[in-house]
Write a protein that binds this ligand. Structure first.
Ligand SMILES: CC(C)(COP(=O)(O)OP(=O)(O)OC[C@H]1O[C@@H](n2cnc3c(N)ncnc32)[C@H](O)[C@@H]1OP(=O)(O)O)[C@@H](O)C(=O)NCCC(=O)NCCS
Length: 167
């Protein structure tokens, strides 16, 4: 029997492994190690790691919007190549939503470039599983906001959905 990875909150000791995982998961942008450390500590309640045999094989970073805390904004999702296709990304997102401290979350937002087919498929399937509506709009424009060097990012809004957390 294959045992899947353990999903848990990150902590500071995960920072370096998270940083390396994201670097190994194109087309994700890398951020500084310091940024990943802040995600793993200050934002641990809204982030998750997937760990298999002592190695970090998945990371999902997110935060609740400061002006709308019923919305979880998913910043990045990374699953190492060998762990893909087994539901790890979905398990990390559900782990965050099931936490009692996130009981107030009713919507998930994220931004995706047009060509990231796996990301669109992942989030649309997630919405379907929750029987939630989806809406999208251009959010960060390639020329206006991203200095022409990065494709436009489209905001995908999922929800509202029934609370997932068991309180
Ligand atoms: C996108 C990514 C996070 C998916 O991770 P994963 O653990 O393999 O995803 P899951 O197994 O939870 O997939 C759930 C659903 O997403 C969709 N999906 C995931 N990967 C897909 C792919 N390569 N092509 C099409 N659909 C895909 C499928 O609908 C899948 O459900 P199914 O297997 O029942 O068909 C992973 O491929 C990855 O890290 N990619 C590189 C980084 C990236 O683009 N991240 C997303 C941007 S934030």
């Amino acid at each position: 029997m294959t045992i899947g990875p353990t999903i848990r909150k990150p902590d500071a000791e995960d920072g370096v492994a998270v940083h390396r995982l994201i670097a190994a998961c194109p087309p994700l942008d890398t951020n500084s190690l310091y940024c990943n450390l802040l995600q793993c500590t200050h934002f641990a309640d809204s982030c998750a790691v997937a760990e298999s045999e002592g190695a970090v094989v998945g990371f999902l970073s997110g935060y609740r919007l400061p002006h709308a805390p019923d919305t979880l904004f998913v910043w990045q999702v990374a699953v190492g190549e060998t762990a893909r296709g087994t539901g790890v990304a979905g398990q990390m997102l559900m782990h965050i939503l099931r936490r009692p401290e996130n009981a107030g979350v009713r919507c998930v937002h994220t931004t995706i470039t047009r060509t990231n087919a796996s990301s669109w498929a992942f989030f649309r399937k997630f919405a379907k599983n929750l029987d939630a509506q989806c809406a999208e709009e251009k959010y960060f424009d390639q020329d206006m906001h991203l200095a022409g060097g990065h494709a436009s990012e489209f905001l995908l809004k999922i929800g509202p959905f029934e609370p997932v957390a068991a309180v």
